[in-house]
Every structure is written in structure tokens, then in C-alpha cells.
Design a protein around this ligand. Structure first.
Ligand SMILES: *Cc1c(COP(=O)(O)O)cnc(C)c1O
Length: 468
């Protein structure tokens, strides 16, 4: 353990400070509450003993926070091929625009007549997203993709109920779906029906047919699906679902490769969300922040909730970053984003398929899935993921989708250079070699990170965040 890996409390020395103030008679000095005599004491709020703050010098504080920042991994520190999450670089111009005082200075309770500029940004986003997706209008109420799914399903239900069509309680979800899809349907009070995928990873249209009927509210699909494969039968699927009276919901988390190329509206989708924090480059991770605007086709527009912006202007900083990204690329260049991401994913896939097991060998879109090492020698996907950290790369998504037991889901975004992709490929090959020669070392990886292998459930559910 390095000296500065210590907690700041462990560096504390009584009486040491990072500041010096002149003494003011009758006022508390440093941390000493005993000399402080307020006019009245609220017994509930009054502290009985001084606050237990670490007592350290300025340089210790600076080193503490600087070192902490370096224990983190982000898109700004390295390649982050986390499948399904589209960890896209957030261009710095986005930050400058989101940080403009005219935007950051807005007060949540300002009269509407004084925030016309912000509303114009929302109107511009509505237009841009409608053009990109082929939807009619968007609501900016939802603050994440899953939040958008729930909003979209509620719109779907309202649509059916407004027509007196009360029996539509089922939502069809493919077995490859992201977990939030069935979860949102369940929260919305709908019953989930799973449709199987075929050997080639696409929805089985023949298995779908018998599931359709007057009790189906709709189907939720992401296209390309979670294996990174384009659902080629989407036109037929849309026709079948519409013929039975259902609607199509598009999970837009995988919109990245389709930007400027294909539109969900043209595929037949009626309701969709976008993850602005994925496809439109605004930073995300660690649970937030996000924005999951929901777009709808003509026939669902009457059910959009008013206003279209959530309380206190919504997650406005995210909207601004996404808007800057869209305007910067424009109609002409936005289609390069998806094409480059797709090229990068196929390049990695083809360069590694002699070392890693590729269950579905077709051309992928922006991401693809390996099923562990071709010759594992006892080395698991978790071992590979942990070892990648030693080499300075973030791990891909692992053990998702659930269709394979050792899934490694790799998504390089369009902002990565050929050199970065080559470096990643070289390291993945190196790890495959290590698996053959020294599997024990891989079981114990990572070897160079501040934390090795915590119990992930305990770390997520019962994190220890305070110093006792
Ligand atoms: C990320 C993701 C979601 C959920 O979006 P959040 O913004 O994380 O709530 C849904 N579906 C897919 C395919 C995703 O990748």
C-alpha cells in the first residue's frame, strides 16, 4: 500500500490545519465549539462534540483528492468498450456550452417568459431527434432509458384504453432483451411474454406469430439487438404486430449505428426512447445523470404528457450537451458516427475470433459478443475482464446478454482511433496467451489496481462509505 492510499482520516494530526484565520473575539476558532455562544441553541440541532473532521494541511488535501481522482476510470482516461453502454467520448465543446453562465444561471422557478432561450433548445432538440428517428414528437420528461421505457409503456397503455381496448395486458420481449425491458413492463402492470431468438441471434418470426392476439399491447425491441445484430425481419414483425392491434416500442439504447442511416419510425416503431447519455455523447456512469426522451409516432402524439419537460427544466445540462453534439456533426456527418463504430466493432471481432469464441459469426453493428476464450484452460470471462484492468483498459460488459454463459460484449465507439483498437486487440491476444501459460496468474488478476476483487454484491448493496 502506498502512503497516499491511506484514508484522509488516517493522515489526520490534531491541530493541523490548511488555513489560518485571525482570531475574532467570541467566535469559534478552528473546530472548537465550546467557545461559541449563539443567542439561542436549538437542542436538536446543537452538536455535543466537535465535528470529527480530518485535520490535515492543504497539500495533504490536494494530494488526497488528486490521488482519488486517479483511482477512477473514465472515457477521458482510457478505452472503455463497455457493450450496450455506448461509452462515447464527450467532446469538450459540449462542456463549454453546458457551462455557459446564461444556462447555468437559470433559476428553476424563473417565469417561463424569461427562459425562452432554454425552451428554444428543447424545441430544437425535439426537431432534431424527430428528424433522426422518424418520430413525430419527443417528451423530455424521462431522466434515463429505463424511465423512458416506463413512460413509453404507459403511453402504449393509454393509447389502447382510449380506444376502449382494455384486454391488452401482454408485452412481448425477446429472450435477448436488456433486463430493463421486462422490468419496466412489470412496473407498468403488464404481463411479459418472451419470444425466442433463432440460432442466428435474431427474433424467431415463426415463434412470434402464435403469441400475437387481441390481448397483446405491443412488443419491445432494440434494433440492432443486444447481440449487435440488425433484426432484418423488422418490417414483417411490424406488420404482424400492427395487424393484431399492438404497438411497437423501440429501445433506442442501440441507436448509435443507425444514426443518419435508418430510422425507427420507418421500420414501423410507434414509441421509442433515446439514451442521450449513450448515443449523444453526454457523459454517464455510476448511476447518472441521464436523459431518456421518448418519441412517438403521429397516432400516439395526443397521449404525450404536458409539459414535455420535467420539473425545473429537466436534466438540462444533458440536453445541452446532446444538442451541441448533434449540431456539431449536422445531418451530413452524423451518419459517420454509426458507420465508424460499426467498422471498429467488426475490426475487433475479426481480429480476435481465432482466440475468443464467436458464437454468431455474422457481420455485426456497433457491438458484438464473444463467449469466453476459444481454449479457456480454466480461465473465465471474469478473469479476462479483471486482467484487462492491469493493462489500462476498462473491461467490456460481461455475462450479458444471458444467451451465453461466458459472454464478453465489446463496443468500441466511433471516437476511438485505429491505434487504440490495435492496442486493445494486442492486449486481448496477450491475455489469451497468458491463459495458456499461466492461468493461475489470471485467476488472481487484477494485480495493479487499488482494489482487486471485491464481493460485487456486497460492494454494490452495502458499500462502506464512511469512516468509523
Ligand atoms: C442502457 C440500456 C437500457 C437502460 O437505459 P438507462 O439509461 O441505463 O436506464 C435499456 N436497454 C438497453 C439495450 C440498454 O443498453
Amino acid at each position: 500500500m502506498k502512503y497516499y492510499d491511506k484514508l484522509i482520516f488516517e493522515l489526520s494530526k490534531p491541530g493541523r490545519t490548511g488555513y489560518s484565520l485571525p482570531e475574532v473575539p467570541g467566535q469559534a476558532r478552528n473546530n472548537d465549539v465550546s467557545s461559541f455562544q449563539p443567542k439561542s441553541r436549538n437542542p436538536i440541532l446543537w452538536r455535543e462534540s466537535p465535528l470529527d473532521l480530518p485535520e490535515v494541511s492543504e497539500v495533504d488535501v490536494v494530494r488526497h483528492y488528486t490521488n482519488l481522482s486517479q483511482m477512477n476510470f473514465g472515457v477521458d482516461t482510457g478505452f472503455y468498450p463497455l457493450g450496450s453502454c455506448t461509452m462515447k467520448y464527450n467532446p469538450k465543446i459540449n462542456e463549454e456550452i453546458a457551462g455557459m453562465p446564461a444556462f447555468t444561471g437559470l433559476h428553476p422557478l424563473q417565469p417561463t417568459s424569461t427562459v425562452k432561450g432554454a425552451l428554444e433548445v428543447y424545441a430544437g432538440m425535439d426537431k432534431a431527434l424527430a428528424a433522426i428517428t422518424g418520430m413525430k414528437h419527443f417528451t423530455f420528461l424521462p431522466c434515463a432509458g429505463a424511465h423512458g421505457e416506463l413512460t413509453g409503456l404507459m403511453l402504449m397503455r393509454e393509447y389502447h384504453m382510449s380506444r376502449g381496448d382494455m384486454a391488452r395486458t401482454k408485452v412481448i420481449v425477446p429472450d435477448s432483451a436488456h433486463g430493463t425491458n421486462p422490468a419496466s413492463a412489470a412496473v407498468c402492470g403488464l404481463d411479459i411474454v418472451v419470444v425466442k431468438s433463432k440460432e442466428d441471434g435474431l427474433v424467431d418470426v415463426e415463434a412470434l406469430r402464435p403469441l400475437l392476439g387481441p390481448d397483446v399491447a405491443g412488443i419491445m425491441l432494440t434494433n440492432p439487438n443486444t447481440l449487435g445484430l440488425f433484426e432484418r425481419d423488422i418490417k414483417e414483425i411490424a406488420a404482424l404486430v400492427h395487424a393484431c392491434g399492438g404497438l411497437l416500442y423501440y429501445d433506442g439504447a442501440n441507436m448509435n449505428p443507425l444514426l443518419g442511416v435508418v430510422r425507427p419510425g420507418d421500420m414501423g416503431f410507434d414509441i421509442m426512447h433515446l439514451n442521450l447519455h449513450k448515443t449523444f455523447s453526454t457523459p454517464h456512469g455510476g448511476g447518472g445523470p441521464g436523459s431518456g426522451p421518448v418519441g412517438v409516432a403521429d397516432k400516439v402524439v395526443p397521449f404525450l404528457h404536458i409539459p414535455h419537460v420535467s420539473g425545473f427544466h429537466g436534466n438540462f445540462g444533458i440536453i445541452l450537451r446532446a444538442y451541441a453534439y448533434i449540431l456539431m456533426l449536422g445531418r451530413e456527418h452524423i451518419k459517420m458516427a454509426g458507420k465508424l463504430a460499426t467498422l471498429g466493432a467488426n475490426y475487433i471481432k475479426e481480429s480476435l475470433k481465432d482466440c475468443y469464441k464467436l458464437p454468431i459469426p455474422t457481420v455485426c453493428k456497433h457491438e458484438f459478443v464473444f463467449d469466453g476464450l476459444l481454449e479457456p484452460n480454466g480461465v473465465s470471462t471474469l478473469d479476462v475482464a479483471k486482467r484487462l484492468l492491469d493493462y489500462g483498459f476498462h473491461a467490456p460488459t460481461i455475462y450479458f446478454p444471458l444467451l451465453f454463459h461466458q459472454a464478453i460484449m465489446i463496443e468500441p465507439t466511433e471516437t476511438e482511433s485505429l491505434e487504440t483498437l490495435d492496442a486493445f486487440i494486442a492486449v486481448m491476444r496477450k491475455i489469451a496467451e497468458e491463459a495458456a501459460t499461466d492461468p493461475e496468474m489470471l485467476h488472481a488478476a487484477p494485480h495493479n489496481t487499488p482494489i482487486g476483487r471485491p464481493d460485487e454484491t456486497t460492494a454494490a448493496r452495502q458499500p462502506v462509505l464512511k469512516y468509523e
